[in-house]
Design a protein around this ligand. Sequence first.
Ligand code: PMP
Length: 438
Amino acid sequence: NPATTPATTAASEALFDRARAVTPGGVNSPVRAFTAVGGTPRFITSASGAWLTDADGNDYVDLICSWGPMLLGHAHPDVQAAVAGAVARGTSYGTPTEPEVELAEEIVARTPVERVRFVSSGTEATMSAIRLARGATGRDLVVKFAGCYHGHVDTLLAQAGSGVATLAVPGTSGVPASSAAETLVLPYNDREAVLAAFAAHGTRIACLITEAFPGNMGVVPPAPGFNAFLAETCRAHGALFISDEVMTGFRATEHGGWGLDGAIEGWVPDLMTFGKVMGGGFPAAAFGGRADLMSHLAPEGSVYQAGTLSGNPVATTAGLATLRLATPEVYAQLDATALTIRNAVTEHLQAASVPHTVQSAGTMFSVFFSGEPVRDFAEASQQDTAAYAAFFHSMLDQGVYLPPSAYEAWFVSAAHDERAISTIIDALPAAAVAAAAA
Ligand code: PMP
């Protein structure tokens, strides 16, 4: 029984010790540290297709996919070849390049944005979109939802606000109270809260930002019509509607989260942000929107925004190669793979009588260890995180690398073939038993 024979992790442990001596917590992004589930993060040395290999030589089916970007799987040969070609031509020039134009054209073709500006991370994308919204409207307040993550932007880290129109307190130290005071935090999926906030502060609100289909409190889909309602409420008050598609863009569907509602219902966000998949595993992200709004950006307009490595030729080449390979057939396959895994998880957790709820947004999904549907962050927080930790470690011991937190989406890739899927399914019975015992 593989569940009883956890792999050797001596090399990862040694690396983690060295890492902690030179880096806070031993990691360069907090969730990687296994803080929520305990234990030693695996130091990965290589990856191919659906598989990761760690410093001790253990193989894992990857259900993190670099937190979303690796839509085609790791080391896709065509992406590798495109990147190698780009590297051979030099890695950064600080001038405009053709791959930037082609990637922007691809994004404009797939989404409702008319103009795109490239940056290097999702955080920069949302930070810049907020600045643009403030510059374009001449207003300062930002509305966000509890449980939505938009990167580590001062204004957007605020998580908690007591009551509908209460100005938030900082969600982390280091954020000035003045920044947090510019942010209204509302419960997700709560129309009344949105209407009350706009009734109280409507003339001061520059923008409302939301994840198109939230994935950062686990996957919590908008109630039917909720995004359309947000777009309409913003419009009625002269505020801008920013849909953050850093996670869902080119992932949830071919047209991102917007492909699940806006494309069908016929509304368009004023601004959108993208990242992850569009960088093909390199640091690349973007924000975009209506041409008249985007023209407020320097050098056309007065809102300044810039970046030494923005639109980097290697990153944009990787992103372009990835998007060109991400055909409708690929999304259909990802949907089928996600469905197979979701069904298997449900079957085995049910068999072990573990309360759970599986929620999805296109090809993204997550598993809540809670028997009730989850509509907002408060409900997401009701789940049994100890059960998740036990489930996670059992899966890891059996060669499946899940996100090391109960509040994260699971990501599949086009490289998740029958062998990868059966490795996951074979691991589920023991993991379900472990969760039941937690
Ligand atoms: N927005 C969303 C919806 C995200 O999921 C993330 C990252 N997980 C970000 C913004 C921030 O992106 P980055 O980590 O590249 O700064």
